[in-house]
Design a protein around this ligand. Structure first.
Ligand SMILES: Cc1cc2nc3c(=O)[nH]c(=O)nc-3n(C[C@H](O)[C@H](O)[C@H](O)COP(=O)(O)O)c2cc1C
Length: 308
């Protein structure tokens, strides 16, 4: 599927479709279930310096248009990730790329994870998570332009690999944060992480989620994700990965037309693990039907003339 390839960050992505952080574990969980090596790649669960146990249950619940989660960045920690998870990825993924989602309480934490992993095999670059609404301080960096710039400069100085910053939708103007990242040396942006939300069990008169609130994802957030991707794409030159509510090729193509070079599929995987590979294949069908030779020609190709 030649038309689907994207050249970014010095490598070729054979497909524009990646699996979103936190919805595909460390890849191994989907082995044998879906052809991971046919996709553009996967983004690992967040990796922090120390292992994290995550939040108390319930951690997930279904919503009318998707789900709410407060996993709380549960992860195996840097050491086990490097010793157990990365070798599996290095051995089993030849053609699809791996981005390591990184999280920390301080800039030092982020830099420690990056510096420690940097000489390991099995991944292309980093997705810096400054946008988790489910843990205390999870969006601290993502909502303060000054702190965000400092963090990105710090991470940038710790690696030559691609640094992609995953932005939160919970800011008044995402273009400001996009520009801060670009100016600080980021190679790309992921837009967007989840929106904060709450579900209440009216019989128990208690919050459904143990953490009280959580992050909302799935089809309900698609229009917001497309809009915020469009706003970010207009503000910067660096490539963007569009995320939020993607279930079909046409959902993914909305992100591409808004300015995304790649997309990630998350919540939809919990309904149907084949959804990402189907999106990939159906984008190819769309290109054939429309007579478009390369997906790259559609990136940011939204036509707005005649609109106000
Ligand atoms: C269960 C769950 C866990 C997640 N964990 C992470 C995470 O560790 N790091 C991160 O950057 N985003 C995480 N996310 C956010 C997703 O990567 C994605 O940005 C968001 O869910 C929107 O995409 P979707 O609507 O396709 O799910 C998580 C989402 C879900 C549903």
């Amino acid at each position: 599927m030649a038309g689907l390839t994207q050249q970014l960050w010095g490598v070729e992505f054979q497909s524009p479709v990646l699996l979103a952080s936190g919805t595909c574990g460390y890849g191994q969980e989907y082995a044998g279930l879906i052809p991971l090596d046919e996709l553009g790649g996967i983004v690992t669960k967040a990796v922090s310096v120390e292992p994290r146990p995550g939040n108390p249950p319930h951690r997930v619940a279904e919503t009318p248009g998707g789900m709410i989660n407060a996993i709380g960045l549960q992860n195996v920690g840097l050491e086990r990730f490097r010793e157990e998870k990365l070798p599996w990825l290095a051995e089993n993924l030849d053609r699809s790329h791996v981005l390591v989602n990184v999280v920390g309480h301080t800039a030092d934490d982020f830099a420690t994870v990056v510096a420690d992993l940097d000489d390991a095999e099995g991944f292309l670059g980093y997705e810096i998570n400054v946008s988790c609404p489910n843990v205390k301080g999870g969006t601290l960096f993502g909502t303060d332009p000054e702190a965000l710039g400092e963090l990105v400069r710090r991470v940038r100085g710790s690696t030559d690999r691609p640094v992609i910053v995953k932005l939160t939708p919970n800011v008044p103007d995402i273009a400001v944060y996009a520009r801060v990242c670009e100016d600080a040396g980021a190679d790309g942006l992921s837009t967007i992480n989840t929106f904060p939300g709450m579900l209440i069990d009216v019989d128990a008169r208690r919050p459904v989620i143990g953490n009280l609130s959580g992050g909302v994802s799935g089809p309900a957030i698609l229009p917001m994700g497309v809009y915020l991707t469009w706003q970010a794409a207009r503000a910067v030159e660096i490539p963007i990965i569009g995320i939020g509510g993607i279930r079909t090729a046409r959902d993914a193509l909305q992100y591409v037309l808004a300015g995304a070079s790649l997309v990630q599929v998350g919540t939809a995987l919990f309904v149907d693990p084949d959804v990402a590979i189907n999106v990939h294949r159906e984008i190819s069908t769309y290109l054939d039907q429309q007579g478009v030779a390369r997906l790259a020609d559609l990136v940011g190709a939204l036509e707005t003339s005649g609109h106000v």
